[in-house]
Design a protein around this ligand. Sequence first.
Ligand SMILES: [Cu+2]
Length: 247
Amino acid sequence: MKRDLINTGLLWLVLSILGWLLVLNWNIFPPALAREAEIVDNAFNLLMVLAVPVFTFIVAIMIYAAFRFRDPERTEDGPPIRETGRIMTAWLVVTVTLAAGILINPGFVGMAEIRAGGEPDIVIGITGQRWSWTISYPNGVDVTSYTGELVLPVDNRIEFEITSLDPDVIHSVWIPAFRIKKDAVPGRITQMFITPTETGSFEDDPNVRLQCAELCGLGHATMAMKVRIVEQAEFDAYLDEILAEGS
Ligand SMILES: [Cu+2]
């Protein structure tokens, strides 16, 4: 019995190390172009690191038991095991502690990090409707996804004021390079704070696009808008340009 526990423990350790090597070296994310995206990615990686030993614990016991206690002669179930009180208690304590731990970090801590940052440098409106987006820039000019793109200044804390045409249906604002999704609800304004950290464009990466993430009807898949993150000077020039075009 002691031998079996040691063997299972070793198998658990080996599988855990392999699992950690896998999750720490395998980058499955598209590029992260915002401060908030890094927080989300770090939270995901932390959850993966914590989940690996829980998963391999069960797998190690299953694999070891399947080979070590295999009995081809026997066709019926073995006797029930009733003396498991301490194991059950330990399992409950460990899993509840882990769950409570991730609720706090990255849960509450991550949310607080994303919300921290004070007053926004700029407020940009996004309105969804079937099946287009309208961007409202601070200079009063509106640009739609039919003709324009969403241009954002790098290193600015941007507050998006998101809504949906009223009456229309619920849409959802999603820019994969920023990681965060926010619903656009008719008659209600939802907020999303993003601080782009790098310049980039849809031309370089299809993840730098505004895509509706709430199934909203026939044109849902086409409800997209190119995004371009630019330097402050280029952004100011862009605002002047659309103002001149509009007037
Ligand atoms: Cu939509």
